[in-house]
Design a protein around this ligand. Sequence first.
Ligand SMILES: *[C@@H]1O[C@H](CO)[C@@H](O)[C@H](O)[C@H]1NC(C)=O
Ligand SMILES: *[C@@H]1O[C@H](CO)[C@@H](O)[C@H](O)[C@H]1NC(C)=O
Length: 382
Amino acid sequence: MRLNWWPLVVGIVLARSETAQQAFYPEHSATNKNTSIPSVKKDSTYGPIYAGLATFGFVPTLDCFASDEPFDIGFVGLPIDTATTYRPGARFGPNGIRQGSRRLRILGGYNVPLAVNPFADWAKVVDCGDVGATPYDTALALKQIEEGHRKTMNRNAATPATEVASTGRKAHPRIISLGGDHSVTLPILRSIAEVHGPVSVIHFDSHLDTWQPKESKGQDSETAALNHGTYFYYASKEGLIRNGTSIHAGIRTTLYDLDDYKNDADCGFTLLEAWEIDEMGPKGIIKAIRSTVGDTPAYLSIDIDVIDPSAAPATGTPESGGWSTRELRTIIRGLKGLNLVGADLVEVAPAYDTAAEITQIAAADVLYEVLSLMVKKGPLAL
Ligand SMILES: *[C@@H]1O[C@H](CO)[C@@H](O)[C@H](O)[C@H]1NC(C)=O
Ligand SMILES: *[C@@H]1O[C@H](CO)[C@@H](O)[C@H](O)[C@H]1NC(C)=O
């Protein structure tokens, strides 16, 4: 007797992949008939995606520095790189990321694993353009960035959460910053602390960035001491970071010695080294981050150098042995539901990218996951 076995095999394979999808993403299913998920209308409001002014994902522009018009989520470019140690060039990062984001909405922008379309749901998403920061004086540039961030964030969100509305408190928009070198995170945290108080920091990077200024050579002035490797040290001293609920992930830098880790803990962080993904898998990394941060207000800071240089070469201080773009995107999607009050993606230096723009595309796609998380979460009630 000839057994007709192949439909059984196909059936098992389909059933298995369905199980894997649903274990990780319960709302995601190839047979999801959720008709309340909004989609971008198939119209011609934007033309060929290789043409036209590149805002992030072709969202509308809003001059947030000149206007107080409410919005919910805003992309803001912070084009400075005068606080870098090795390769400069991140001043071109904001427009590099926008260039990498051109294809995000080519088929509407629906995020399959997260089952949300961040471009077509409740949120008014805009691109604010760039803060006009000076290339001649880092200390002044950081002040300008702080003022720029405050100006964009200190307004009403277009869609306040009902919980906030009912208490009469102001609901603020969430800002996603496009770096720029990593020093920009200090002025951002200063601005955020005025609204939310100290926040937990979820920091993806190959480096700690809590280095004590005195440890490095050539830091004999105040301006030189505050750079893209020391800004978290200052943020901790200023009380901007919640102690014990902040975490680095993807770390693989060499150290001066193990006192650097002690100093890092004193600054309020715990950490996951890059190799730990081999032991824990992305699921374990997600679990560790979630249990550290809990339901505290959290700020997400992503240095593109957390990704391996084979997939993201265009950055200032590359370190081999990093995560794949897929792993990082999976881990970020795993942060669904956390109280993200803002985010940045920094250290993209397009001059070192491949002609295929792989770093800029990776950066844009990672931020697409971040935007999806924020929209999925709904209006922030903090
Ligand atoms: C359907 O989608 C809407 C909008 O994204 C969401 O609020 C709702 O929870 C979804 N329902 C199910 C059953 O997945
Ligand atoms: C954070 O807590 C640890 C452990 O309790 C402590 O050693 C450290 O000084 C604290 N750091 C800050 C910045 O409060």
